[in-house]
Design a binder for this molecule. Structure first.
Ligand SMILES: Nc1ncnc2c1ncn2[C@@H]1O[C@H](COP(=O)(O)OP(=O)(O)O)[C@@H](O)[C@H]1O
Ligand SMILES: [Mg+2]
Length: 387
C-alpha cells in the first residue's frame, strides 16, 4: 500500500509544528474559537442545524434533568436499566462538571442497544456526536480513515462549530475487530495506538476550507470517547481468570467467583489484545446484557422503537385495527432469537409479517377496517384476514 499523507483537504498539523497560532473565526457564525469553553450555564443550549446525525434543528433545546433523561431513554431501551443509567451518568457528568470527563467502553453483543442508547442521550442533550466504524481505520499514513476523520466528521455534524465539537462525543464502533483476539493483528493494534493522541487530549490544528490555508485550533481534551464492541472470546478470558488463582490452582469459592464475575477487568482486555496504553485510557467499562425472549417481547409491546407498534399505528391511521392473540409476541421473539443479532432481528420478523398486509392495504385504500393476524403468520405471512 502506498505511503500517503492525509488527504490534502484534511491535512493537519500538530500545534507545535506551526507558528500559525492565529485564532480564527469558526465557520458557524464567526464565533472565535480560542474563547474559553462554554460555561456550565450554556451547556447544550444554542442553535444548531443538524439533520443527519440527529441534532435537532431547533433554536432552544431544553436539556432535561438526569432523571428525566433516564426515563426518556428507558422508554426505548429495554432490559438494560443499570447500563443505561451508567452511560447517562458518565455523559451527563462530563457535561455538567467540565473536569470529570470519562472515556467509556461498552461491551455487548450486536443488537443489544449500545449505539441506540448513545444516540438517544446525545440527541436529547444536544451533544454533537459521530459514530466511526473502527474497521475502516488504518494506520496513520495509509489509505483509509484515521483519527482526524473522526474529528472532521464530528465537526461536520455540528456545522463546523468548533467550540461545540470540542465538547462532543466520538464513538468508535467495532473496536474489538481491530485486534481480533485470536489473530493478533499487529496493524490493528497500531491503529488503536494511532488514536491514542486524540483520546488523551491534544491540541491540533485543523483546516476547514479545502482551499484556504487558515488553521484553526482544536482541543480534544473534553471530547468523550466511547468504544463499542462485542468482544467475542473475552468471556473465555474472564472465565479462565476466575477459575485460576494466582498460584495456578482452582478456586472453588463460588461467592468469590460471583463477585469477580461482576465485571471484566482491564487485564482481560489486555489479554484479549487491546494495547495496554489504550486500555489505560478507558475509565468506565459497561457490559450490556444479552436480550432474553422476555425482553424481546417487552420491546415489541412497549418500546417506543417497537416496529410492531409502528405498523399498528400506521394501520390505525388508515382506519384499520389489528386483532391478534397476545401469544404472537412470544412467537415473534422466538423466531427472532434464532439469529444472534439481538433486537435487530425483530424488525426483520415484523417486516415479514406485515409484507402482504401492507401491499393489500396500499392497493385498496379505505377498503378495510380490521386486520386479524393468525399466529401462524410468523412462519407464513399469508395467514391473515383483512375485513
Ligand atoms: N435494549 C433494547 N431495547 C429496545 N430496542 C433495542 C434494544 N437493543 C436494540 N434495540 C433495537 O435494535 C436496533 C439496533 O440496536 P443498536 O443499539 O444499534 O445495537 P448495537 O448494540 O449493535 O449497537 C435499535 O435501533 C433498536 O430498535
Ligand atoms: Mg451498534
Amino acid at each position: 500500500m502506498a505511503n500517503m499523507n492525509f488527504s490534502q483537504k484534511r491535512q493537519i498539523y500538530d500545534a507545535e509544528d506551526t507558528e500559525n497560532k492565529k485564532t480564527v473565526a469558526s465557520k458557524n457564525g464567526g464565533a472565535k474559537t480560542k474563547k474559553k469553553p462554554k460555561s456550565e450555564g450554556s451547556f447544550g443550549s444554542g442553535s444548531t442545524k443538524k439533520a443527519e446525525n440527529g441534532i435537532k434543528k431547533s433554536k432552544e433545546i431544553e436539556i432535561p434533568d438526569i432523571k428525566e433523561l433516564e426515563k426518556y431513554v428507558l422508554q426505548s431501551i429495554i432490559g438494560q436499566d443499570n447500563q443505561v443509567r451508567k452511560i447517562i451518568t458518565s455523559i451527563y457528568k462530563a457535561k455538567k462538571f467540565k473536569t470529570l470527563k470519562s472515556n467509556i467502553l461498552i461491551i455487548g453483543k450486536s443488537g443489544t442497544g449500545k449505539t441506540e442508547t448513545i444516540k438517544q442521550i446525545a440527541e436529547k442533550l444536544n451533544i454533537p456526536y459521530t459514530i466511526e466504524d473502527a474497521t475502516k481505520y488504518t494506520q496513520e499514513g495509509y489509505y483509509g480513515a484515521d483519527a482526524m476523520d473522526a474529528i472532521y466528521n464530528l465537526l461536520e455534524n455540528c456545522d463546523y462549530n468548533i467550540e461545540k465539537a470540542q465538547q462532543g462525543i466520538i464513538v468508535f464502533d467495532e473496536i474489538d475487530k481491530k485486534v481480533g483476539h485470536e489473530q493478533h493483528d499487529v496493524a490493528g493494534v497500531e491503529v488503536l495506538k494511532s488514536l491514542l493522541k486524540i483520546i488523551e487530549g491534544t491540541k491540533i490544528k485543523i483546516e476547514l476550507d479545502p482551499f484556504g490555508a487558515e488553521l484553526y485550533d482544536f482541543d480534544t481534551k473534553n471530547i468523550i470517547f466511547i468504544f463499542l464492541g462485542a468482544f467475542s472470546g473475552l468471556e473465555k478470558i474472564r472465565q479462565k481468570r476466575l477459575n485460576t488463582n494466582p498460584l495456578g490452582f482452582s478456586v472453588d469459592n463460588t461467592e468469590k467467583k460471583e463477585k469477580q464475575k461482576s465485571r471484566y477487568l482491564k487485564k482481560d482486555l489486555v489479554e484479549y489484545g487491546i494495547p495496554e496504553e489504550f486500555v489505560g485510557r478507558i475509565d468506565i467499562i459497561i457490559e450490556m446484557d444479552e436480550l432474553s425472549k422476555e425482553v424481546l417481547v417487552f420491546i415489541l409491546k412497549k418500546s417506543k422503537l417497537s416496529i410492531f407498534r409502528r405498523y399498528q399505528a400506521e394501520l390505525r391511521k388508515q382506519g384499520i385495527t389489528l386483532s391478534y392473540d397476545g401469544k404472537l409476541f412470544e412467537l415473534i421473539a422466538e423466531e427472532s432469537l434464532s439469529l444472534d443479532t439481538g433486537a435487530r432481528e425483530l424488525s426483520n420478523t415484523v417486516n415479514y409479517i406485515f409484507e402482504n398486509i401492507t401491499y393489500d392495504v396500499l392497493s385498496n385504500p379505505k377498503k378495510y377496517h380490521k386486520c386479524i393476524l393468525d399466529l401462524d403468520i410468523v412462519k407464513d405471512n399469508t395467514k391473515y384476514e383483512l375485513l
